[in-house]
Design a protein around this ligand. Structure first.
Ligand code: EPU
Length: 291
């Protein structure tokens, strides 16, 4: 455990004050034990995956921040992959390609970890990582599982009911997931990945300091197109700028703060509401400032 760890080191937007306590468990069972102990002692905790969709508060986070990035194991299981929550999406994509397993090609070029990707059902406009989930092992806050007295058990996607950019975990924490993939060949999987990557390189600011798409797409629309048509490309608030390449990406131009991001999100919401009468829903997880 480390004290006062700067969260700007752990979020892709490079924003965030210090975590009071910063934990990095190495195994899912250690994560479960830690969560249970913190809950028992009444210590507030915040889970941080790859920090690729998160804006951490300028004032930091009191209590415990648990970073899942050290739980990085991945096992082949039949045609599937059993993964721990800290497996990075680039490493998942690389492993699936090497093994000739198809199903997660759309995650190519996406930063973040498996745990966070499941929490938000990361993916494209039409596909999400939950489309490949066979089962997940989840730690649950509150009551223990009555059958065996454990705080964790295996869940099926049917029980969880994930939706577009919504893992629907209801405060539960991913300890492990089994992804269902299809046997293909490494070359075919690579060709599909290359295709997706080419498109992303053309349409997204992949090399800049951002946290992916800031807003979810409204039904049948593209948040990026709406923000673009509202004339906001290049708009800047403090150190945060609406990307010139894709208007749904906010880029840290240097020295951006969480306050800048909150102000920018509010301005975009107001502009799109005023121009099109559409309320945008945030995809970015903006953690509130401490009291
Ligand atoms: N467009 C504009 N201006 C812009 C951006 C987009 O006119 O500034 C137009 C494009 O020309 C296109 C349409 O909007 O006609 C859709 O754009 P794009 O193909 O880039 O897809 P998207 O709907 O904006 C979605 C996901 C991305 C994912 C891509 C590709 C959401 C909110 N976004 O973007 O996911 O990478 O498809 O699969 O679902 C993310 O969630 O963080 C994310 C990056």
């Amino acid at each position: 455990m480390r004290l006062h760890e700067p969260l700007s080191n752990w979020t892709t937007m490079r924003i965030g004050g210090p975590a009071e306590m910063f934990f990095e468990p190495h195994k899912p069972e250690f994560l479960a034990d830690l969560l249970t102990a913190l809950e028992k002692d009444g210590v507030p905790w915040t889970l941080l995956g790859g920090g690729a969709n998160t804006v951490a508060p300028d004032g930091g986070i009191p209590g415990a921040v648990i970073h899942t990035g050290n739980m990085r194991r991945l096992f082949r299981d039949g045609n599937g992959l059993r993964v721990w929550p800290g497996v990075t999406l680039p490493s998942l994509v690389r492993s699936a390609q090497g093994l000739g397993l198809s199903g997660v090609e759309e995650l190519v070029g996406v930063p973040g970890h498996v745990g966070g990707a499941l929490a938000m059902n990361a993916g494209s406009a039409e596909w999400g990582i939950w489309d490949q989930v066979e089962e997940v092992v989840l730690w649950s806050p509150g009551a223990v599982n009555e059958e065996d007295g454990l705080k964790f058990r295996t869940w099926s996607p049917k029980e969880i009911q994930p939706a577009y950019r919504q893992g629907n975990l209801g405060g539960r924490v991913v300890l492990e997931a089994l992804l269902n993939l299809e046997e293909s060949s490494p070359l075919v999987v690579k060709a599909t990945q290359d295709d997706f990557l080419k498109r992303k390189n053309r349409s997204q600011p992949v090399r800049l300091t951002s946290a992916g798409c800031a807003f979810k797409n409204p039904s049948g629309e593209s948040a990026g197109r709406l923000i673009d048509q509202a004339g906001l490309k290049g708009h800047q608030v403090g150190g945060v700028k609406v990307s010139d390449i894709h208007a749904n990406f906010l880029v840290n131009e240097g020295g951006a703060t969480a306050a800048d991001v909150r102000q920018m999100l509010a301005e975009i919401e107001q502009a799109v509401q005023g121009r099109f009468g559409i309320s945008l829903e945030r995809e970015l997880a903006v953690i509130p400032e401490p009291l």
